[in-house]
Structure formats: structure tokens, C-alpha cells
Design a protein around this ligand. Structure first.
Ligand code: URA
Length: 435
């Protein structure tokens, strides 16, 4: 087999076989097929697309290119979630303990943030002592004993995807739905959970800017997972504004703790309960109503919060010190005042994510250091009435130098108008799963 013939075949819009795709993936991973040939193939896929069978075969080949976590010894209640990335998305910190407190086993690997979206591992590392690097023995032991573990992604999970993603990033081939779907699902399949709930974000702060693209991506990912014997469902959720009020690592942990103690923003709570219910339906076989009722009870009676404390302590995290440090925080802050009166008619979530990144809460480049305490608290959100000169947000950072640029970026992300905008749904639709 020759890579050039497979590029030619895809260029003409023909379907590659599983054997051919495995040849490309293996050859690229072990260095036998050069970057320039995979780049040409990726561009051919961008223009000609892939069939469902091709996407499934590519995903499997990438999932099998490195370590695969075997969770079968934990039984059939292992359940994972994946978010396609948003601003203020701290749902894992809330959803995972709800699900684990009700019998689901959440043995999860998470990534770091890059660009305007945050990563769960970064948020967790803002808790003093929390260990994200675990051996596989520690990972399995915590999964069994606590039913909940969240670690950083093992370096050798789907290495083919890592290499291909880096290539796509510099060859303008990231925004291809079959390539995104296979990239995400290769990592989820290799991570081993039996059930998977996908939170496909849609809107200004998301990869997918409109509902049609989000639905197409969700359908593709659900189909791949089901073809590979997993129970998968996807929720398409609103990312036209940040989720909750906090954007930034420690600020988001603080907000997640508030939700787990019965407080916190309503939008965040609603999205978390819906995701948790979906995970519980898949892993426990509960109806949607039963799952929602039990998830709501676990949140309000403190069971989920108790599970959160157990989980964080078992991974070495010290929540008491985290909270003590927060109250004694010597950090610079600046209020952003409304430049005019009216209603906030739009918030560009990506712009707000970039503003938080400028403060030090995110990385512009892979090796940038984070200021865990940096970020933004939104005082007003889309649909709120504001008067000129009143605070709409508060910026935080250890280093005050970026305040001016961050404030400018924040204000350019806000649109103020005369009329109150119609309320938008938080959850657009569900694809797959138990009806
Ligand atoms: N996230 C991924 O993991 N892969 C993509 O291709 C896009 C987003």
C-alpha cells in the first residue's frame, strides 16, 4: 500500500477501507508516512468528507495507537463526560460528584486549557496539593474506592490524534466535522468508560458557532461511540455567553463549591443537573425523570458535596487551605463599569475567555504559566438591565499590568442595546441516549 494512492483516492471522493485508514494512522504515528502526506490527506478529507464507516475506522485506529485504559474490572457503571470546550465551563467539578454519589463510576482523564477555553486539570490544580499525575495503579484504586477520580491525560493516550491534531492546527484542517469527531472520540474510547455523555457547546464561545454544525458533530460522535459498543448521548448546550458567573481557575472551583452547597448561579446548576441526569440514565438505566429527581436530591441534601470532599482529599487536595487562601487573597482587582445604560443584548463568550486569558487565567501558548487566581466575575449577563457607570464585571489578577488590555477586550465583547433580548434556551437538544 502507498500513502500517495490513498490521498489520490480521497481526493476523488472515494471511500477508504478500514485497512487503508489503519495503514495511514500507523505509518504516520511511527514516522514512516511524512507530515506532508498526512496534511494532503487531511485537506482531501476537509473537502470530500468521510463516510460513517470511514470515520469509525479512523477513530478506532487512533484509539488503538497508544495506551487503552481497561476499566472492565470496575463493572458496567463506568461513565465519562466530555465537553467540546467553553468559557466558564466548570461542569465536571459538579457533575462528577453528583454521579459518583449515585453509583456511577467516573474514572476520568481531562485536559489542560489552551486559548479562550479552560481545562478541568488546570482548575483542579488551583486546589493546593491536588495531584493530577497518577500512576495507573493509583487511578484504578481511587476508581474502585471512591468511584471518582480525575487525572491528567496519560501522555500515550491516542498519540496518533495528538500528532494529527498538531498537524491540522497548522494546515487549516481543524474545522472538519469527521476529523473533530474522530479526534474527540479516539480519546474517549481509549479512556475506557462504557457510557459517555458529550456536552457539545454551541455559540460564540464554542468551536461550533451554530446549531446545525453542533448537531452534525454530535450525531457523528454518537454514531462512532455506538458503533464501538459504547452507550453514548450528546447534549447541545448554549455557549453564547459564559456558563455561570466565574471565569478563571480558582474562581470556578469556588463557584462549583457554591453549587454543591445549594447556592451558585441557576444556569450552571441547570446544565449540571441535565448532564448528571443523562450520565445516570446511561450508567444506571434510569428514566430521565428518575435520574433528574435523584440528581437534584443529591445536590440539595449534601450527598454530592460530601463525595466532592472525599474525592479531592483522596487526590491530595486541601479544600480548607484553598478556601482559607481565597478569603485572605491579596490580589489586584478592577471593576468594569457599564459604558452606557440599556440591556446587555449579547456577550461574546470567546471575547470574555480571551479577556480572562490576558489576565493570566489561560494560555495563549502551550507552555504559558497560569495565575490560578486570575479571572473574571460577571456581575451582569445577557438580558440584564444596566445603568451607565454601574459594575458589570470584576477582573482579578496577581499582576495588574494586563488590566487595561483585559478590560478593553471585555468591553468589546459586550453589546448594549435598548430592548431586552428574548431569553435563550440553555439546552438546545439531546441526541442519542435513552428517550
Ligand atoms: N478537540 C479535540 O480534541 N479535537 C479536535 O479536533 C477539536 C477539538
Amino acid at each position: 500500500m502507498r500513502a500517495v494512492d490513498l490521498i489520490e483516492k480521497k481526493k476523488r471522493g472515494l471511500e477508504l477501507t478500514a485497512e487503508e485508514l489503519t495503514f495511514l494512522v500507523q505509518g504516520f504515528t511511527n514516522g514512516e508516512i511524512p507530515d506532508y502526506q498526512l496534511s494532503a490527506w487531511a485537506m482531501a478529507v476537509y473537502f470530500k468528507g468521510m463516510t460513517a464507516a470511514e470515520t469509525a475506522a479512523l477513530t478506532l485506529a487512533m484509539a488503538q495507537s497508544g495506551d487503552q485504559v481497561d476499566l472492565s474490572s470496575l463493572g458496567d457503571k463506568t461513565v465519562d463526560k466530555h465537553s467540546t470546550g467553553g468559557v466558564g465551563d466548570k461542569t465536571t467539578l459538579i457533575v462528577a460528584p453528583i454521579v459518583a454519589s449515585l453509583g456511577g463510576i467516573v474514572a476520568k482523564m481531562s485536559g489542560r486549557g489552551l486559548g479562550h477555553t479552560g481545562g478541568t486539570v488546570d482548575k483542579l490544580e488551583s486546589i493546593p496539593g491536588y495531584q493530577t499525575e497518577l500512576t495507573s495503579e493509583q487511578f484504578m484504586c481511587l476508581s474502585k474506592e471512591v468511584g471518582l477520580v480525575v487525572a491528567g491525560q496519560s501522555g500515550n493516550l491516542a498519540p496518533a490524534d495528538k500528532k494529527l491534531y498538531a498537524l491540522r492546527d497548522v494546515t487549516a484542517t481543524v474545522d472538519s466535522i469527521p476529523l473533530i469527531a474522530s479526534s474527540i472520540m479516539s480519546k474517549k474510547l481509549a479512556a475506557g468508560a462504557k457510557s459517555i455523555v458529550l456536552d457539545v457547546k454551541c455559540g460564540s464561545g464554542a468551536f461550533m458557532k451554530n446549531a446545525e454544525d453542533a448537531a452534525a458533530l454530535a450525531e457523528e460522535m454518537v454514531a462512532i461511540g455506538e458503533n464501538c459498543g459504547r452507550s453514548v448521548s450528546a447534549l447541545i448546550t448554549n455557549m453564547d455567553r459564559p456558563l455561570g458567573n466565574a471565569v478563571g481557575n480558582a474562581l470556578e472551583v469556588e463557584e462549583a463549591l457554591a453549587v454543591l452547597q445549594g447556592e451558585g448561579p441557576k444556569d450552571l446548576k441547570e446544565v449540571c443537573l441535565t448532564l448528571a441526569s443523562e450520565m445516570l440514565s446511561l450508567c444506571n438505566g434510569w428514566s430521565g425523570d428518575e435520574a433528574m429527581q435523584k440528581a437534584t436530591a443529591a445536590l440539595s441534601d449534601g450527598t454530592a458535596f460530601a463525595k466532592m470532599k472525599e474525592w479531592i482529599a483522596c487526590q491530595g487536595g486541601d479544600l480548607d487551605t484553598f478556601l482559607k487562601n481565597r478569603s485572605a487573597l491579596k490580589i489586584h482587582s478592577m471593576e468594569v463599569l457599564a459604558p452606557a445604560s440599556g440591556y446587555i443584548t449579547q456577550m461574546d463568550a470567546e471575547g470574555i475567555g480571551v479577556s480572562a486569558m490576558l489576565l493570566g487565567a489561560g494560555r495563549a501558548a502551550k507552555n504559558d504559566c497560569l495565575d490560578y487566581d486570575a479571572g473574571i466575575i460577571l456581575v451582569k449577563k445577557t438580558g440584564d438591565r444596566i445603568e451607565e457607570g454601574e459594575p458589570i464585571a470584576r477582573l482579578f489578577a496577581k499582576d495588574p499590568h494586563p488590566f487595561t488590555a483585559a478590560k478593553k477586550r471585555f468591553l468589546s465583547a459586550i453589546t448594549i442595546g435598548e430592548g431586552q433580548p428574548a431569553a435563550q434556551p440553555l439546552i438546545y437538544r439531546k441526541i442519542g441516549g435513552i428517550k
